[in-house]
Design a protein around this ligand. Structure first.
Ligand code: FAD
Length: 475
């Protein structure tokens, strides 16, 4: 997407909608008196994912004293690069693609000298045991025309029309505009990888906005050379590792006229090399403000004093997260041949793509990206059984796939202790119904994170909200 001037954005984009209509309701503009009286400038940032790290970096650059508290024994949160032992091959078990439209993410990679490499694909289709090459499969002409018309009309949607669209699920809406059964099933196979659940559960507005505002490849454009975790490491260098406390789980946030006191516990033993040992006790940390970036599952476990307003707690309880299981398999040969190989399928492994595009070597990694129930099926197997399922699912494409497999690295995000899913799924009525409520600050606690972002479900969204929260404090 080419960057549009701000006035145009204000009128037309999904992002601008929250900024204009939602801004006061969402409480994004803080009362100026809240922070102007401060004597010191100290902020506790909860969570060292991209929202937390970008907030901490911005505050640090502005001269604030920042402490980042992170529950895990690593930084990066849902950005989690993996290198197979004995190889130089890197794949991503969390966030994969950097989008063409993701301006902040691209700018940070540029500033921190992290090269981006092309990570675009041409999809094969594997259906009912038959393989179709890119270009050999697609939608009916009626569905294609209806979809094009829908995208073309997006710019002209009024706020009321957007709000009405939000009440539908994506499947029902596509059916309403003329998709036949086969078109719908195909669309579901493809789009469910974007949302992590069947399109029967996704707000039609959230879906349309994503496709209408995205780059032609739906933001599946680049990845960071060497792994997306590099950006987390670069942030950490600049924030100062001594200011980032790993294995530190926040469980309480108490506000008083003197400031905000954050408490919790440490996960013992602190990992070697972390600075958790320098943390006297979480309950002793007091700051002028807190930026809380934890996913909703974790937020609901934090005791707020004063408590979160009932509407905000209710909104949090209603938000669910996608089930995604990523399974990267190392093969002795790149039997898929095409550098830009990917394949949508109707089997458990769901979507395959070549993770080692542009990485030299004979060996290569194909990642299976399974969503919803398929993700749950794979998550409950042992590594050995998962490997068998994923490689056997490929035999219609290449019957030697099982023999060539050497190892597997999997991560089932729906089983992650802190996230309980991959990213937020806004169901019908929720995009405009609960998202603005979740973004409201609570006294001196500001919220950030993918789940409340305009670029929701993306690294860009995490950064956008982290930087916005920091900017609220700085000004
Ligand atoms: C499988 C998968 C695929 C994805 N694909 C893409 C993609 O291709 N492109 C893209 O742009 N994005 C993608 N994303 C989304 C992207 O990863 C997220 O939007 C982004 O990383 C979220 O950042 P965040 O800071 O909001 O949350 P997180 O990264 O989850 O950070 C929150 C941090 O808070 C910590 N925490 C939780 N509870 C506590 C507590 N009580 N105390 C202290 N710390 C706590 C967590 O451990 C975590 O580190 C994907 C995500 C997944 C899971």
């Amino acid at each position: 997407m080419t960057k549009r001037p701000p006035e145009t954005q204000t009128k037309n984009t999904r992002r601008a909608f929250l900024k204009t209509l939602g801004a006061s309701a969402a409480g994004l503009v803080l009362a100026p008196t809240v922070f102007t009286q401060r004597r010191s400038k100290k902020c506790i940032v909860i969570g060292a994912g991209f929202a937390g790290l970008s907030a901490a970096y911005k505050l640090k650059t502005a001269g604030w004293d920042v402490t980042v508290l992170e529950a895990r024994t690593r930084i990066g949160g849902r950005v989690f690069s993996h290198k197979f032992a004995g190889t130089d091959l890197v794949c991503e078990l969390g966030a994969e693609w950097v989008g063409e439209s993701h301006e902040r993410l691209k700018a940070l990679c540029h500033d921190f000298n992290i090269p981006l490499q092309k990570h675009q694909f041409e999809d094969y289709l594997l259906r009912d045991g038959k393989v179709y090459r890119p270009g050999e499969w697609g939608f009916s002409s009626q569905a294609k025309a209806a979809f094009e018309k829908l995208i073309a009309g997006y710019e002209k949607l009024t706020p009321l029309a957007k709000s009405k669209l939000d009440k539908y699920d994506w499947w029902t809406y596509l059916e309403k505009i003329g998709f036949n059964g086969d078109d719908l099933r195909l669309r579901d196979l493809m789009d469910s990888t974007d949302f992590g659940e069947s399109i029967r559960h996704v707000s039609a507005f959230a879906a349309l906005a994503e496709y209408a505002e995205s780059s032609p490849k739906n933001e599946m454009d680049y990845k960071m050379t060497g792994g997306n975790s590099r950006l987390a490491e670069e942030f950490a260098k600049r924030i100062g590792p001594e200011n980032i406390h790993l294995a530190s789980v926040v469980r309480s946030i108490k506000q008083s006229p003197r400031g905000v006191v954050v408490g919790g516990y440490r996960v013992y033993p602190p990992p070697p090399g972390s600075h958790a040992e320098s943390l006297p006790s979480l309950s002793e940390i007091t700051a002028d403000a807190v930026i809380c970036t934890v996913p909703i599952n974790s937020l609901l476990k934090i005791k707020f004093d004063p408590p979160l307003p009932p509407a905000q707690r209710d909104a949090a309880e209603r938000l669910t997260y996608a089930r995604i299981c990523k399974n990267s398999v190392l093969y002795d040969e790149r039997f898929w041949r095409d550098e830009n190989f990917s394949m949508v399928s109707d089997v458990t492994s769901h979507y395959y793509f070549h993770s080692t595009q542009s990485q030299p070597g004979k060996q290569g990694i194909l990642t299976s990206y399974a969503i919803g129930e398929k993700a749950d099926v794979l998550a409950s197997q042992s590594d050995e059984r998962r490997l068998r399922i994923i490689t056997n699912d490929l035999v219609d494409f290449n019957r030697d796939a099982p023999k060539l497999a050497r190892g597997i690295a999997s991560y089932a995000w729906q089983r992650d202790e802190y996230t309980d899913g991959a990213y937020a799924v806004y169901k019908p009525g929720q995009w405009f119904g609960i998202r603005p409520i979740l973004a409201r600050p609570h006294g001196k606690v500001l919220f950030a994170g993918e789940h409340i972002a305009d670029w929701q479900g993306f690294m860009e969204g995490a950064i956008e909200t982290g930087e916005a929260a920091a900017a609220q404090l700085i000004h």
